[in-house]
Design a protein around this ligand. Sequence first.
Ligand code: GDP
Ligand code: MG
Length: 170
Amino acid sequence: DDDSQEYKLVLLGESSVGKSSLVLRYCKDQFFDSQEPTIGAAFLTQAVQFNDLEIKLQIWDTAGQERYHSLAPMYYKGASAAIVVYDITNPTSFDRAKQWVNELQSNGPPDIVIAFAGNKFDLESRRKVEARDGEAYANNQGLIFMETSAKTGYNVDDIFFKLTTKLPKK
Ligand code: GDP
Ligand code: MG
């Protein structure tokens, strides 16, 4: 309908940080411990009510951008928003996530809204990246920051909603 606005949102980050799991938790309220979740489509569409408007998020989650870096620009082309994900138990994934932010800021769409997600918050006993380090980096770069858990659902709706509130009006 006329009130509906559709935006492309992409997930970026190293393999296994929980990108597919975050999408599955957000769109279907499901989580799988061992099995890698298969989304089974190029993207999922999720409706969000915000300020009397229905916003549609077209959520892209593919594995190709991790392994075939040359595909990445095609993947984030036309995106209004990105969630760059790392795993709080994996410092390498934190470095990789910063590289993705860098790439989005230099080559991505100019007005892209970026959220930085430290996922697997439930694995506190195995934490190797401090929340304050994620937060300091995100604040410095002007990104939304939250730690999340696709497993428990912690901050999952919140990070998608916070992104929605920052989208430019169409
Ligand atoms: P992707 O490669 O980034 O899409 O990561 P996946 O969503 O496939 O997740 C990789 C693995 O991490 C799977 O075994 C998931 O069950 C697990 N996983 C994802 N998110 C979480 C989380 O928040 N907490 C825990 N404990 N495990 C998670
Ligand atoms: Mg995946």
